[in-house]
Design a protein around this ligand. Structure first.
Ligand SMILES: [Zn+2]
Length: 381
């Protein structure tokens, strides 16, 4: 079939496949080496060849390229190696380049940080949000990124942003009602202006990546519930982030838990958010005794547990992480979540389930934003 102007449709989109595949293969091999150094620490070229299954020649070539880029350095021989010709260890250079990260979840400010390749915070910048939405919020984000870029003298690997709302895999904010953003190509817009790779993802998805890479997460299935002005969830199953059919996986905050409940920002009633969002939890505890406050937190935890039980039962998740204000989440609420889930699903499904708070505290979103860049540019996570 021909197109309107006689050109076969799609023909022009074909790429020089052979060359591209060779480049893809090299990128993949380079990522394998970086991933090993990122996860396991320094290694010799022989170690890298053994663990990657690549030849010594290929590894030497890849390491030479990484040395030239300054991403890795030779660290000398391992401690305790024998005389003769000890292997030279190669290690990642954490400050070879820096990552600019932004967490758009807080409703009072835009939180930004500069992180190095090891996820260490090197600088922080915060700008008060003062109710800005739409283009004003984009302008504030530009200003924050300008400050972050000034805060580092290292080359910048890329920009990672966690945004509320539904965000496509390409970094288009499809719908973020509380920022007044709809079909906003935030990644495209900013990468064009900055000349840097920019990655944008939903804030709860970003947080679960942060917990998975830099927190104490294990490999067997992780659900992170992020509690702030709203409630969202990020899910990693079998090592992969679950994005969903329309990128809206994890939008658990607007599951109705009480048809007669309080009005919700989405226009419906009694959503999980009306029970669990941090401002709602705090409001419910005003003027109560310590015992009563604890009981109310446990009630909220039981509601959350009730919503999560079918999810945990279906996916046989290993870890459930609560991220948000620990004074609210880490105690009666967390205990009630675990108790309720165990009551409602088969022991075999709940066996070994861990319910805990994030070890990364408020930084979980910023760390996750760094993971977007690390995985997007270097292929490590
Ligand atoms: Zn709602």
């Amino acid at each position: 079939m021909s197109g309107a102007k006689g050109q076969p449709r799609g023909r022009r989109a074909l790429r020089p496949r052979g060359k591209l595949m060779a480049e893809d293969t090299r990128r993949h091999h380079r990522a394998l080496v970086l991933q090993h150094l990122f996860r396991e620490g320094p290694a010799s070229r022989a170690d890298l060849a053994r663990t990657s299954g690549l030849t010594r020649v290929t590894i030497s070539d890849l390491v030479a390229g990484l040395l030239e880029d300054g991403l890795v350095t030779e660290l000398g021989a391992p401690v305790g190696s024998r005389v003769g010709k000890p292997p030279i260890l190669v290690g990642l250079v954490p400050d070879a380049s820096h990552i600019l990260t932004v967490d758009l979840l807080p409703d009072d400010r835009m939180a930004g940080a500069v992180l190095n390749l090891a996820g260490e915070v090197k600088a922080r910048e915060n700008l008060p949000l003062e109710g800005r939405t739409g283009n004003d919020a984009v302008m504030l984000l530009r200003e924050l990124l300008r400050l972050l870029r000034k805060a580092t003298d290292r080359p910048v690997l890329g920009v990672g942003i966690g945004s509320p709302g539904v965000v496509s895999a390409e970094g288009v904010v499809i719908d973020a009602p509380n920022r007044g953003w709809r079909d906003l190509d935030l990644a495209g817009l900013l990468s064009g202006e900055l000349g840097l790779p920019v990655f944008v993802a939903n804030d709860a998805n970003t947080a679960v990546l942060g917990e998975h890479t830099f927190g104490d997460a294990e490999e067997a299935g992780l659900l992170l519930i992020r509690v702030g002005a709203g409630v969202g969830a990020g899910l990693i199953v079998e090592g992969a982030l679950v994005q969903g059919h329309r990128y809206a996986a994890g939008e658990i905050g607007h599951v109705q838990v009480d048809p007669d409940g309080a009005d919700c920002a989405c226009g419906r009633r009694g959503c999980l958010e009306t029970v669990l969002a941090a401002p709602r939890l705090r409001a419910r505890m005003v003027g109560t005794t310590a015992t009563e406050a604890e009981r109310r937190l446990a009630d909220a935890g039981a509601v959350l547990g009730g919503i999560l039980a079918p999810v945990v039962g279906t996916l046989n998740l290993h870890e459930l992480v609560l991220a948000g204000p620990t004074e609210l989440l880490d105690g009666a609420l967390r205990e009630a979540v675990g108790r309720t889930i165990r009551e409602r699903i088969m022991p075999v499904s709940a066996d070994g389930l861990v319910v805990r708070t994030s070890t990364l505290g408020d930084d979980v979103g910023l760390m996750g934003a760094a993971v977007l860049v690390l995985s997007g540019v270097l292929g490590v996570s």
